[in-house]
Design a protein around this ligand. Structure first.
Ligand SMILES: Nc1nc2c(c(=O)[nH]1)N[C@H]1C(S)=C(S)[C@@H](COP(=O)(O)O)O[C@H]1N2
Ligand SMILES: [Mo]
Length: 552
């Protein structure tokens, strides 16, 4: 190992100033496109590439405790500016919303300097330019909501991305090997060619909805901020969900046919997935590692996938091979997977054991929250969202409001019914079956609705879904709030301003606007009507007919 590079030192008194400056520098570089370096070679600084010539930017940590220690020492030796606070004030109205300088500094501290630039380059190359970059690094982005609603199958370039670190680059997929070990009867190291050989393993094409359990987190943040580290808790709106057809093989088949099965009780076993990307937690350095109970592998269609919607897996989605765990929080679908271990307990990787925990939402608070009093979020509950219109929109309509959105349920459930309410959740209208996209075992359903709306002014529009186990969604965000701000599965509620043209006065007012050359819909609703509300003759006539004061 080469000599460690001096980590960047940030004197305590300059911390706040450095944080502000770093944000500004990153903003300018992003705006100028200076970080477009997708062809940059990803380098690992002083740490050895695990498989030089096969991967770039892949440092193996889990196999080398000594190396992990050096990484930890380097991290400890660096003073990092505090992460910017993003929950207590409104989120900045810019794209990228958050820059993630702290995680760039983490990578810098251990010499992985080119990783952030390389990763941003892949964003520009592989994702639609219309993405909302919720966090620039590690990259977390969601698509334009209208694009997401166009088709039940999400195009690759519009599929959300959730990364905890940089993107490692597999330069020689022909030399890539997946290792499978732990409590298996035969440890193997298997090539992509062998995995893709239909003589060896039957191939599967499966439509799977992946949902990050941080989807709709901004609703929890808006009410009651919580745990505020950027990467675990990116401030997601409603688009951290997508649906794609994956091609691959079943992990179960590979374990049974190539490893001669597992040698631990199926009920107690867990399958651990270890990836090539580097992850930081509490100044320690790791590879991304998670696990799922073996029961999921046995029963559900846990896949090793190399194709997404008929195309090679994009680099940003895990090229050359990723795990796809249907029905379960996205975090378990490990990308850039290098190793699978069969264990007799869940992985001790921090993503598995210290994140994606659902903490008690009342009585505990920040200082009583312990890893041990959270439970692991695995199968996703039923949830839904209104994607069109948006919160705060002015809707001019003829007595029916048009709504669009998604509904999803994980585990072994699918969505049976979607219902909308325009009165804050008192009355519910079912979305007709013909307005829901097709049912599949592991996918969402997109829906379109036209709901009677009589009232004028601000109204609360809600959606809720029912799944095949009769589960539905609670009304209030408060009832699902948890310190880590996960799984916002309460009814999605937006407020829109209803302008009902079937009301004669409304129709009349709209006509007045048109005649005055004003576009009612694009005027701020707060702007007063620029002329008297009615003619003085009408006012007087009505006043005389219904006098304000009692007459005797
Ligand atoms: N190696 C690796 N795999 C990973 C992640 C990661 O950061 N590293 N993020 C996980 C999370 S939290 C989610 S929600 C999904 C997102 O998959 P996508 O980016 O392909 O949409 O990937 C999962 N797999
Ligand atoms: Mo996630």
């Amino acid at each position: 190992m080469a000599k460690a590079r001096a980590p960047r030192k940030i004197p305590a008194q300059q911390e706040a100033a450095a944080a502000v400056k770093a944000e500004a520098v990153a903003a300018t570089a992003l705006e100028k496109g200076e970080l477009i370096t997708s062809e940059t070679q990803v380098q690992t600084g002083q740490f050895k590439e695990e498989e030089p010539g096969v991967w770039e930017g892949y440092v193996e940590w889990e196999k080398y405790p000594e190396k992990k220690k050096v990484g930890h020492e380097l991290m400890k030796a660096t003073k990092f500016p505090p992460p910017p606070e993003f929950q207590l004030a409104p989120l900045p109205k810019r794209n990228p919303v958050l820059y993630g300088d702290l995680y760039k500094d983490f990578h810098h501290a251990i010499g992985l300097d080119t990783v952030p630039e390389y990763s941003w380059g892949r964003v520009l190359k592989e994702k639609a330019s219309t993405m909302t970059h919720v966090l620039a690094f590690p990259y977390n982005g969601e698509p334009n909501h209208e694009f997401l609603m166009k088709d039940p199958i999400t195009p690759n370039e519009d599929h959300f991305v959730r990364n905890h670190g940089g993107i490692p680059k597999c330069v020689r997929p022909d030399k890539y090997k997946l290792q499978i070990g732990g409590k298996v009867n035969k440890e193997i190291s298997i090539s992509l060619a062998d995995l893709r050989d239909p003589q060896k393993f039957p191939q599967q094409k499966l439509a799977v909805t992946l949902q990050c359990c941080g989807t709709r987190r901004i609703e929890q943040i808006a009410l009651y901020p919580g745990h505020g580290l950027l990467v675990p808790n990116a401030p997601w709106p409603e688009g951290a969900i997508g649906n794609a057809v994956y091609t691959g093989v079943l992990l179960k088949d590979v374990l049974e046919r190539a490893c001669d099965g597992i040698n631990v009780d199926k009920v107690k076993a867990h399958a651990e997935f270890i990836s090539a990307d580097t992850y930081f937690k509490f100044n320690q350095v790791y590879n991304y590692a998670v696990s799922v109970p073996y029961r999921f592998v046995d029963k559900d269609s846990v896949m090793l996938a190399w194709e997404m919607n008929g195309k090679p897996l994009p680099e940003i989605h895990g090229y050359p091979l990723r795990i796809v765990v249907p029905g379960v929080i996205g975090a378990r679908s490990a990308k850039w997977v290098t190793r699978i271990n069969i264990l007799d307990e869940p992985s001790w990787g921090p993503v598995q054991r210290m994140e994606y925990l659902y903490y008690c939402n009342t009585q505990y608070g920040k200082h009583n929250t312990l890893f041990s009093n959270g439970f692991s979020i695995e199968r996703m509950p039923v949830s839904s969202a209104i994607m069109k219109p948006n919160d705060g929109n002015i809707i001019i309509h003829d007595g029916q409001i048009k709504l669009e959105g998604w509904a999803y349920s994980g585990g072994e459930n699918w969505v049976e019914r979607v219902e909308c309410s325009v009165d804050g959740g008192f009355t519910w209208y079912p979305v007709p079956e013909e307005n829901l996209s097709k049912k599949h075992y592991y996918t969402w359903r997109l829906w379109k609705a036209s709901i009677p709306l009589d009232m004028e002014g601000w109204c609360e529009v809600l959606v809720r879904a029912w799944d095949s186990s009769c589960n539905t969604q609670p009304i209030s965000v408060r009832s699902v709030w948890n310190w880590d701000l996960h799984v916002t599965q309460s009814c999605h509620k937006i407020k829109v301003y209803s302008v009902n043209r079937t009301k004669p006065l409304t129709a009349q007012r709209l006509k007045e606007y048109e005649e005055a050359g004003l576009d009612f819909a694009s005027e701020p609703i707060t702007r007063p009507v620029p002329w008297p509300l009615e003619s003085m003759e009408d006012y007087k006539a009505r006043y005389n007919k219904y006098p304000r004061e009692p007459q005797d």
